[in-house]
Design a protein around this ligand. Sequence first.
Ligand code: ARG
Length: 560
Amino acid sequence: MDYKRYIAEKIKIDGVSADEIYSSVTLPPDTQMGDFALPCFKFAKIFRKSPAVIAEELKSAFNIDKVITEVSAVNGYLNFKVNRYEFAKTVISEIENRKDKFGSSVVGNGKTICIDYSSVNIAKPFHIGHLSTTVIGGALYKLFKFLGYNVVGINHLGDYGTQFGKLICAYKHWGNKEEVESGGIHAINDLYVRFNNEADEDMQAEAREYFKLIESGDEEANALFEWFKALTMDYVNAIYKKLNITFDSYAGERFYSDKMQPVIDELEEKRLLETSEGAKIVDLEKFGMPPCLILRSDGASLYATRDLAAAIYRKNTYDFYKCLYVVAYQQNLHFKQVFKVLELMGKDWASDLVHVAYGMVSLEDGAMSTRKGKVVWLEDVISKCIDKAYIIINEKNPDLENKKEIAEKVGLGAVIFGALYNNKIKDIVFSYDKVLSFEGETSVYVQYTCARANSVLSKSMTGGSLPENYEPNTAEFELVKQLAQFPEILAEAADKYEPSYIARFAVDLAQKFNKFYIDCKILAAEDEKSRQFRLSLTSATLQTLKNSLSILGIGVPDKM
Ligand code: ARG
């Protein structure tokens, strides 16, 4: 049962919908006054009365019952106290019944969301800069599925451009099959870097020829391209597997090669295309933006041209409700331009395109540059986290079984959580010590709390069953209230495209559990009723922590 809904439906205010009341009901941090509250300031304008008077009037009209046991009006707030036992029973039994589905919903049924994320560049390093798009996109993917949406995960591969001509040229001059076969993406990247450092005019011209050969369907050039692509995908797929990331489509930039001309024609037809210094552009000056470049003066298409074609293709293919682009804020202008051009083309769905922008990730030593071949590969960050996790776990609990497996879950969790915990738009400095701390606001802390809950439950032998008529104390009740918020947190996270809300919720929940764990004896409780209640509460908490982490793509070891 949704208590906020319950309260909202018991309050009648003329001219204000139950939904509006619902969204105004809050859970005050200080529970002295009440467990739920309705601030009446919003309604003051409508009724031309002070919030205090409105609160008083609403209070008189409110009928308390066995669920809402007390109502008071204080300083413009209407405060409610609930029957703690009834509340706890509803929340805990819902978790017991729904288990790993607790928090899921059907709000998204019948709606499709496309999520463009991770979008790797073929033959280029998959580096720490790709961490956020991969894990934020991955979390949104799971979140929207959990909320009942049909989700299409799209890896908009960077597989188009003159760089592939350069790469083939470099390979022809300096490469050999065995080296590339064994070195994989690293060997390809080395060739590319070497080309950029050493290629002379002749080689540049040759590279342009190779690019044309790829474009015109030349067999050898395309076979090489496909080989480089396969090596890149092998490499990133191994990382995706570790991070629990999946895609439904790998339609990349190249996929749109033959889908750009109709867009250009349409732009022309709609008189949006202008010629400027030989190039074709859409003028966006009126909107305070530089022009959107559609075709270069040599007739070559651009990144934006392919994104226009991709958006139209996605709308036609998936008829999306929303199409999200999880891409760094450096591309803010690009997406503003693309969305604007689509709007000018009369695509009314342009307003359903969302650039989910996020900040930069750097390492503590400042390293992250991809130029000059000085790259921090994501794979190395992941391995280092797993290795460090192993050392820490081994120190803490040397007798633990399956230490390797556990270190893997802990290390991977730390990488993911490290990139997800902050509001996504913030630049973050990734610190191994910080993300692997047992005490901080980390996945390790949450996982450790799960292990603690697990250990209590397995020692209890029987688990708990909800007793009749039990009066929860404050630590217990605070924990129950936190659990009750999970569905709402998920809805908010989806609404703002912020997996960080879920990460924070998990840390808060773990903190509340640990407070409860210290304040209340679980196994050695004062009486059997308390013991049963606390065991049920522990198991509901464990389930909810697991559900939270699972949406983020993080596994939970039984022991730590
Ligand atoms: N591959 C691009 C990059 O690394 C990101 C692609 C994002 N998606 C898109 N539809 N433009 O910058």
